[in-house]
Design a protein around this ligand. Structure first.
Ligand code: UTP
Length: 291
């Protein structure tokens, strides 16, 4: 019987070059999607999936990330006085349901290396990885969907979505094991290829920023040497632990917004504002004005 997944690692130590000059002073994970920082949404997704511990991997200069999740009775009072009970409740609930730790990645040696920096914070147990750039909006938190599949068939999991052929070379692409479909959304894999040319892509399913990983991945990452661009890739570490742990792809039900670029962040804000009761009518009004 596998242990419960208690910790979600959120790698947030990157330089955020696509958001320069904004990221000169502010971590991109704190850029607002409407009124909450992007990282708030993924922490909420983890909490709603029953995660208890969040390990945010940061780098020197990104201490503001820790500030955001520190409880503040004064700000709590201020928000409640201004009719902002909804968000005040969310923050209070995060403070009660979650503990936070902040492992440091001193040098940007890649996503795999960032995850390895969280090893002590996680301990030798299964864990989740959530990339804060990928905002997934749906009826059920994607991490909760994946955890259900993981309980039925433990192993390493990558979240995937269908990607258009002309965009597939920007993704890690999964290679399905023949006859390996476990249920309508879960597939056993025989491998993964990082950013293949479209004609060599083994499927149309691209890896998106949610993973459930067994602790053996830490050993594999520790053995992985930096690849072509001098970085330790997470997918290499996962692929290297395939002999010890089965690997699955989970095709989630949700809409993805890529908050890793300024325009993607704008699209995410608009989409969420159109879904939110307090903002939808006003935003629809503006959009009519632009067309
Ligand atoms: P990206 O490749 O998008 O890099 O990282 P970035 O620094 O965030 O943004 P750009 O490309 O310079 O604009 C994907 C995720 O992995 C984390 C990032 O913080 C982001 O959440 N990451 C990446 C690390 O934590 N450490 C690294 O060494 C690299």
């Amino acid at each position: 019987m596998p242990q419960h997944i208690r910790t979600a690692v959120i790698p947030a130590a990157g330089l955020g070059t696509r958001f320069l000059p904004f990221t000169k002073a502010v971590p991109k994970e704190l850029a607002p999607v409407i009124d909450r920082p992007a990282i708030h949404y993924v922490v909420k997704e983890a909490m709603d999936a029953g995660i208890q511990h969040i390990a945010i991997v940061t780098s020197p200069g990104k201490e503001a990330l820790g500030e955001y999740f520190k409880p503040s009775p004064e700000i709590d009072r201020l928000m409640r006085g201004r009719g902002m009970e909804g968000v005040a409740d969310e923050l209070r609930q995060m403070g009660e349901a979650l503990t936070f730790s902040y492992p440091v990645q001193a040098q940007q040696l890649g996503l795999g290396h960032a995850v390895l920096c969280a090893r002590e914070a996680v301990g030798e147990e299964p864990f989740a990885v959530i990339l804060p750039d990928d905002l997934l909006v749906g009826d059920e938190p994607v991490l909760a969907q994946m955890l259900r599949a993981w309980w039925a068939n433990p192993g390493n999991y990558v979240a995937v979505e269908e990607v258009l052929r002309e965009r597939i070379s920007a993704y890690g692409v999964v290679d399905l094991a023949p006859g390996g479909q476990v249920d309508p959304r879960t597939y056993r894999l025989r491998g993964m290829v990082e950013k293949p040319p479209a004609e060599e892509a083994p499927s149309n399913l691209g890896v998106v920023g949610r993973y459930l990983l067994m602790p053996q991945v830490f050993d594999a990452l520790a053995r992985t040497r930096p690849g072509a661009i001098g970085e330790i890739q997470l997918t290499d570490g996962i692929a290297r632990s395939m002999e010890q742990c089965p690997l699955y792809a989970y095709r989630y039900a949700a809409r993805r917004y890529d908050c890793g670029t300024p325009l993607g962040l704008l699209a995410a804000s608009l989409a969420l504002a159109l879904r939110r009761e307090d903002t939808a009518a006003e935003v629809r009004g503006w959009l009519r004005g632009y067309t």
